[in-house]
Design a protein around this ligand. Structure first.
Ligand code: ZN
Length: 71
């Protein structure tokens, strides 16, 4: 039957819970991000990716608030 062939795509999260945890690296710091309905300011400059498999998240995302001053 019509069974789609599995295609390894680096931009697709292959985790059991896709995009469950996003991270971004800004100025050498690893910060948590999350999917959002619109792009946040950081999303225009940086890329978010899955914290587990490293796939680049293609949709809009924002930084999780309250962590930008964290060490
Ligand atoms: Zn993943």
């Amino acid at each position: 039957m019509n069974k789609p062939a599995p295609q390894p795509r680096p931009d697709t999260c292959t985790c059991s819970r896709p995009w469950a945890e996003l991270i971004t690296v800004i100025e050498g710091r690893r910060l948590a991000a999350r999917p959002a309905e619109s792009l946040g300011p950081a999303a225009a400059l940086y890329q978010a990716r899955c914290a587990s498999c490293g796939a680049t998240y293609q949709g809009p995302w924002r930084l999780v608030p309250g962590q930008t001053r964290a060490a």
